[in-house]
Design a protein around this ligand. Structure first.
Ligand SMILES: [Zn+2]
Length: 359
């Protein structure tokens, strides 16, 4: 839980993920994990497994969250900012913002918003600020840092910092006794602007290999059939595509085995159409990718009932279950064979006894 609290309190916005990168570097250093960065600023942490030649499982999460980037001061108290990520413009007016400049926090209030015509998403904002904000500072909705209340975990940014925290929590649990398979965590930039970091990592794969088995971690808008409190979700697809069938099958088998051993473990399996996730990008570029997510409340800080900006929130047990599932996948990852080898064996067993009746 310490990692979840720390990560969900980090300042970030699309293209200005430097605080998250700093945290990742320190995290890797403290645990003596290998860390590599590509020329686009994506980061890979790696825990070597006991069988070095075993293929790698790579858990991926994005480091950004919809937010503001300071462009220029119009005068001493008026800032022009770009808004990055999908949030409806009508939610922004009058909202309190915090800009992060070095160790300093600068408060502001949105007094003007530009929207894209078709989507009505916010693109630019005018912010009244208490002092001059250095250009390129990240700005976030002033919705408080991480806190726990009634089994729900709230923060100004859960998507995808809670996903990233889940992957780190897994590494933290595995580091003393590494599993057989090699395990890595890939952290990407600017997902909220159209998976820019993940596309770079796929087109110019300095960090990824085609033999990697990928799990894209997300926080995805909860659905009537995928509710908070019912467990983490094996996400079989998103708004745009469906994910690797064989990896999804393996992950479901691992989750089923875990549920039999651990009465508290709960999981769901669903297509989550609230948005498009990075697993779609990895699939497009020929990588094998599945996905795991937690159901998210107030997706992208939009409290749709109150029509106001609010904190994002998740059920803390869904997150804990997600971590348990990551650890179980990491520990049994070396047993996975691509191309539905396990499922084929299972269905052919029955075929062998009954095929005689086909004569
Ligand atoms: Zn996300």
């Amino acid at each position: 839980m310490k990692i979840l609290h720390e990560v969900c309190s980090l300042p970030t916005a699309p293209f200005v993920e430097d605080r998250v990168i700093q945290y990742a570097r320190r995290f890797a250093q403290d645990r003596k994990l290998d860390i590599t960065e590509d020329s686009f600023g994506n980061v890979l942490l790696e825990l070597r497994g006991s069988a070095r030649k075993s293929p790698r499982w790579v858990f991926t999460a994005h480091m950004d969250h919809p937010g503001f980037i300071a462009d220029k001061m119009r005068d001493d108290s008026t800032l022009e900012a770009t808004f990055r990520g999908y949030v409806l413009a009508e939610y922004l007016k009058g909202q309190k913002i915090i800009f992060f400049a070095g160790d300093e926090r600068i408060a502001g209030v949105v007094i003007g918003v530009d929207a894209e015509k078709e989507t009505r998403r916010a693109t630019k904002a005018i912010v009244k600020v208490t002092k001059r904000v250095p250009i390129n500072s990240a700005g976030m909705f002033d919705q408080g840092e991480s806190r726990l209340k009634g089994g729900k975990f709230y923060s100004r940014a859960i998507d995808d910092l809670a996903g990233l925290a889940g992957a780190f929590e897994m590494l933290d649990r595995l580091v003393r006794k590494p599993p057989t398979a090699n395990i890595a965590v890939l952290l990407t930039r600017a997902e909220e602007e159209g998976f820019i970091g993940a596309i770079a990592a796929s087109m110019h794969p300095a960090l990824l290999r085609k033999t990697d088995r990928l799990i894209a971690i997300e926080c995805s808008a909860m659905q009537p059939y995928a509710k908070q409190g019912n467990g983490c979700i094996i996400r079989i697809g998103d708004r745009t595509s469906v994910f690797n069938s064989s990896i999804s099958y393996f992950v479901t088998e691992v989750a089923g085995t875990l549920a039999k051993k651990d009465g508290a473990f709960k999981f769901q399996r669903a297509l989550m159409p609230g948005g498009t996730c990075e697993a779609t990008v990895y699939d497009v570029y020929g990588f094998m990718a599945g996905s795991i997510c937690v159901p998210l409340g107030n997706y992208h800080n939009m409290d749709r009932e109150r029509k106001k900006i609010g904190p994002e929130y998740i059920d803390v047990n869904d997150w804990k279950n997600m971590v348990k599932l990551f650890v179980a996948i990491a520990k049994s990852g070396h047993e996975y064979k691509p191309g539905h080898v396990a499922l084929k064996a299972k269905i052919e067993k029955r075929f062998k006894t009954l095929k005689k009746f086909l004569q």
